[in-house]
Unconditional design. Structure first.
Length: 332
């Protein structure tokens, strides 16, 4: 029987919902594939145990290296249909991209990646004008992670219908000057919804951001038939409650795919080498290589081109402080 090509929409407890051109199937992993994924999750330890001619060993190593450590939403797979509703995942196709955070269950000394979404093109980073108040240091963190992963970030400032501080508009203007797409939206008035829908067309997009900013409400506004549950911001804490239990990929009627992800509580630049962090701040790039010291980290060193650019007003002080905080976190 010919294998079907599909995309993983969701997964829990070893059961995966896979979308194919013949409809959705509830799938499990084939035994050999499950074993291969487990070997990859153990740090590719099986590579040193492959026997046989060198060419065969190299092919086996390459195949194992290409495997993700676990199946994730967005993965492209080959499926054998078993009946009208179920199937068996026979193969995981190579990933084109991924966005990951450190697995909260892993040790700091030996961190593991938890992929939020595979094969995505872009990330919509949602913040609210208020309720909860925007945290632009966190936004800088999201942007740096997108830059490192070579993903297009789109800044979506939601709840624009609510009264908000002037500083929100000033911050938005700064990000626009840096070349980022900034979109103002309101689920109450419909402002920006059509523009957002057009930006999502024919892309695989992750919706992310702090809890309570209205991600699920935006998904409902974009695709009313999705029936994503929405929640209210807690009056006691002013913080949002998570109403999406995990990443879920949805087909958009206008074309493309959307992942509505649970709010990220522990997002960190754990996989960005400290030497590369400065290049993840787009306004730093013209000054890289201009410092006196070739290994300059742009914090305490003398004759630093980036620190001088901050003094000259060419780099915004707040953005620079975001860089310093992220660097300090990596050094701890």
């Amino acid at each position: 029987m010919e294998l079907l090509t599909g995309i993983v929409l969701s997964g829990a407890h070893g059961i995966y919902e896979v979308y194919t051109d013949q409809g959705k199937l509830r799938c499990t992993l084939r035994g050999k594939l499950k074993k291969a994924l487990a070997e990859a999750a153990r740090g590719r330890t099986a590579r040193g145990k492959v026997t046989g001619p060198l060419a065969r060993q190299q092919r086996a190593e390459a195949e194992l290296t290409a495997l993700p450590s676990r199946l994730s939403v967005g993965d492209r797979v080959k499926v054998r249909r078993l009946d009208a509703e179920t199937g068996l995942i026979e193969e995981v196709l190579p990933r084109q991209s991924e966005l990951a955070r450190r697995d909260v269950g892993s040790r700091e000394s030996n961190p593991r990646a938890q992929t939020l979404l595979a094969n995505l093109d872009q990330v919509v980073i949602v913040f609210a004008t208020t309720q909860p108040e925007p945290h632009f240091g966190m936004l800088d963190r999201y942007l740096a992670i997108c830059e490192h992963a070579e993903l297009r970030p789109i800044i979506c400032i939601n709840k624009v219908d609510l009264p908000h501080d002037k500083s929100v508009e000033e911050a938005a203007a700064l990000y626009q000057q840096l070349g980022y797409t900034v979109l103002w939206t309101s689920c109450e008035t419909g402002q920006g919804i059509e523009q957002l829908r057009e930006l999502l067309k024919d892309h695989i997009t992750l919706f992310t951001g702090p809890s309570g900013v209205g991600k699920s409400s935006l998904v409902n506004a974009l695709e009313p038939g999705m029936a994503v549950r929405t929640g209210m911001v807690s009056a006691a804490t002013g913080k949002g409650r998570h109403t999406t239990t995990g990443s879920q990929l949805y087909p958009l009627s206008s074309g493309g795919w959307l992942a509505d992800s649970a709010g990220i509580r522990a997002l960190a630049a754990w996989n960005i080498p400290k030497e590369e962090l400065a290049s993840c701040f787009v306004e730093f790039r013209p000054y890289l290589g201009e410092c006196f010291y070739s290994d300059c980290l742009h914090v305490d060193e003398e004759n630093c081109a980036i620190r001088q650019a901050v003094k000259d007003g060419l780099i915004h002080e707040r953005r620079y402080q975001s860089y310093v905080r992220m660097l300090r976190e990596e050094e701890r």
